[in-house]
Design a binder for this molecule. Structure first.
Ligand SMILES: O=P(O)(O)OC[C@H]1O[C@H](OP(=O)(O)OP(=O)(O)O)[C@H](O)[C@@H]1O
Length: 151
């Protein structure tokens, strides 16, 4: 994998850590709801959204589909699926806010939604309402679903 020069190092995150952090996010969000449902920002938000849907007992789950990165390098953002409406009462979930470009696009789409991520880097953290852990800007996070030995 060719890392974008913006990233100095990598950090692998395991399934257990993701599950632990998604449950921690659910505990933070309990007092912010109730929510009408979850909008997962696919693909990174899909796994956290699955855990949150269980923990917060939400059965209405939808997606916004946006692609910005390909194998460690930033590409032009492409919005593949949108959702209409203000987003009031809805919980938007993603794995990470990095530069904030994705969050800006989602916020423009659903300005009234509550935006939550597992992890936040300094450049984008002000764009999210709730997150569990802060990560260094120059570290490329390797999520378990993107780990090198995937099929
Ligand atoms: O704050 P940003 O700089 O916009 O980066 C964060 C976004 O990048 C990743 O998605 P990616 O575009 O890699 O798509 P994927 O989730 O399908 O892998 C991640 O899941 C966030 O959605």
């Amino acid at each position: 994998m060719e890392l974008d020069p913006a990233f100095q190092s990598t950090r692998a995150i395991g399934w257990e850590e993701i599950h632990h952090d998604a449950r921690a996010l659910a505990r933070m969000l309990k007092s912010k709801g109730p929510f009408l449902g979850i909008v997962a920002v696919a693909r990174g938000g899909l796994v956290p959204a699955a855990v949150l849907a269980r923990e917060l007992e939400l059965r209405h789950v939808d997606t916004i589909c946006i692609a910005s990165y390909g194998d460690g390098t930033r590409q032009q953002m492409s919005i593949l699926k949108r959702i209409e409406g203000s987003g009031a009462g809805w919980l938007v979930v993603d794995d990470l806010v990095d530069t904030g470009a994705t969050a800006r696009a989602v916020r423009a789409m659903l300005p009234a939604a509550h935006y939550a991520t597992l992890y936040a880097k300094p450049a984008g953290r002000r764009l999210v309402d709730s997150y569990v852990s802060e990560m260094d800007q120059d570290v490329w996070l390797i999520f378990p679903w993107d780990a090198p030995d995937r099929v």
